[in-house]
Design a protein around this ligand. Sequence first.
Ligand SMILES: [Zn+2]
Length: 113
Amino acid sequence: MHELKVAEDLSVIVLEAAKNGKLGKVSKVNILFGQLIQIVPDIFEFAFRECVRETVAENAEIDIEIIPVKMKCRGCGKDFRVMENRFVCEYCGSTDLEIISGKELFIKSIEGE
Ligand SMILES: [Zn+2]
């Protein structure tokens, strides 16, 4: 259940950005999560709504994009997309891998007026 912590952190960023951008109302928040962060979108959205209750972002639409896990093999140098947490190079079988994407956790953009 780390969704609550993530929701708290992101709500702070959203409200701060709204304040700096002098937004009277946040209409949409676009968020990117890497698959490795293992966020359950529904739980996150519920937690986020709790965090922004009675703020300029309380009615914001929340758009969550999940970025798939990609890894690069240190053995053969190829990169590939990881399916279902199988962290083995699909070309040479090496487990010496480097994560290229999948650990992202950030707000892509905020819309409002
Ligand atoms: Zn390999």
